[in-house]
Design a protein around this ligand. Sequence first.
Ligand code: COA
Length: 168
Amino acid sequence: MYQLILPTAKLKASYDAYIAELGSEERYPFPLDFEHRDFEAMLDRIEGIRNGTRVPDGFVQSSTFWMVADDEIIGCTNIRHRLNAQIEYCGGHIGLSVRPSFRRQGLGIKLLQLSLEQARELGIQTAHIHCHKHNVASRAMIEACGGVFHSEINDNGSLVSRYLIELT
Ligand SMILES: CC(C)(COP(=O)(O)OP(=O)(O)OC[C@H]1O[C@@H](n2cnc3c(N)ncnc32)[C@H](O)[C@@H]1OP(=O)(O)O)[C@@H](O)C(=O)NCCC(=O)NCCS
């Protein structure tokens, strides 16, 4: 029922509703922050990062997917194809969020499971998953998906918990 798809113009109305629900909430993953009034331009920007033709300096190639059910966007995930030193330290392989009106129904766990399947298909053997220590929901989601606590770091005054998930 729930599946990951590449972003598509067909679901623009659902995407607009998702962004409206987020309001001033911090946006995860980063493509949710992209200017989206020119929807095709936003899709193009996301695709350039996925296919490697237009990856911004300091970023690595990454794939963005929407989790959908019945043509409604339920969540968004961004999977980095590899780590660089910066995101190995803080950021990890996967950033995701569930649309606010769909939270607390087990869908974060579903979205992370689907993201891990994609990561495995990309050849990632050990997924590095990071979250802010105070983000109780994110920590519970990561642990429910088999995350093994690795370490904690202080990122500019904010504690970040780092987990590993073996995908082989
Ligand atoms: C983190 C997030 C994806 C979880 O999505 P969700 O659909 O609400 O999560 P689930 O319903 O699958 O619940 C996952 C676990 O978190 C717990 N949980 C969810 N929301 C919670 C909350 N507000 N407070 C405490 N625990 C919470 C659930 O009980 C569940 O734990 P359990 O398996 O031990 O019962 C969602 O809160 C979100 O999008 N947050 C904003 C973006 C974000 O923080 N992304 C993560 C960045 S690393």
